[in-house]
Design a protein around this ligand. Structure first.
Ligand SMILES: [Zn+2]
Ligand SMILES: [Zn+2]
Ligand SMILES: [Zn+2]
Length: 257
């Protein structure tokens, strides 16, 4: 057993919080926990750091929270809020002097090749492109001294991946967890789970549904992620059941691998 950590680089939903053009109390709040970048976590494993998703604020959040090394990137799915910071990976290529291994399902790798076509084309020297090595993700993966298990969940109709590593699981952008995946989410120290807003949503768990899932899975502790401007951090936190909290950008917790 070794201790690993997870650092929240983005706790927000696809719009981010504050949202453009919104003057609501949460979007105008001075509590920094109400300022939520697009969704991303960094796994700090025994032998290196693994990033889950590359959201648009990746550069800003790496600078803000002192992330200076990334050894591999995993993708949950290819929606814009999880993908469009990929170009910033080139800074880690420069720092570390090597290509970045990218692990995702085949459909996600195809979207990456389409959306970032310039990365995979020959261009003039000093073009400043990320150097990526793409690997299809189909089975548990041994990375940085830990085993990372991809798990099937559904984001509306879209099949996407959740990840479990040791006592930690990251289950974002989810509206249905099949029974075989629920069986792999027992005995967790920490569950990070999508709870996008109060009202039901077609492709995400709302707060009530997420609390239901926590009651079934019984992790020791839970942090809700992919949060909209529905939630004022302090007032919502005061009303959540014991063992459940809202994630915030910069939150870091530890778990065993
Ligand atoms: Zn999302
Ligand atoms: Zn707002
Ligand atoms: Zn999504």
């Amino acid at each position: 057993m070794a201790v690993a950590g997870v650092l929240v680089l983005g706790s927000g939903t696809s719009h981010g919080v504050p949202m453009i053009g919104c003057r609501c109390p949460v979007c105008t709040s001075e509590d920094v926990r109400n300022q939520r970048a697009r969704p991303c976590v960094l796994l700090e494993l025994p032998e290196g750091n693994v990033l889950i998703d590359t959201p648009p604020e990746l550069r800003l959040q790496c600078i803000r929270f002192g992330v200076e090394r990334v050894d591999a990137v995993l993708y949950t799915h290819a929606h814009a809020d999880h993908l469009f910071g990929l170009d910033d990976i080139r800074r880690f290529n420069e720092l570390q002097g090597c290509e970045m291994p990218i692990y995702a399902e085949r459909e996600v790798l195809e979207t990456i090749q389409r959306a970032f076509a310039y990365v995979f084309m020959p261009t003039q020297l000093a073009g400043g492109k990320p150097q990526l090595r793409l690997y299809p993700l189909e089975a548990p993966l041994h990375l940085c001294g830990a085993t990372i298990e991809p798990l099937r969940v559904y984001h509306g109709q879209l099949p996407i991946l959740a990840f479990r590593v040791g006592g930690f699981a990251y289950v974002t952008d989810v509206s249905y967890i099949p029974p075989e995946t629920e069986a792999r989410l027992r005995g967790l120290e920490w569950l990070f789970l999508d709870a996008v807003r109060y009202e039901p949503h077609p492709t995400h768990f709302c707060l009530e549904q997420a609390i239901e899932v926590v009651r079934r899975l019984r992790p020791r502790r839970t942090a809700f992620v992919h949060l909209s401007h529905d939630y004022d951090h302090a007032t919502t936190s005061a009303h959540l059941p014991d063992g459940i909290e809202l994630a915030y950008d910069g939150m870091r917790v530890e778990f065993e691998v």
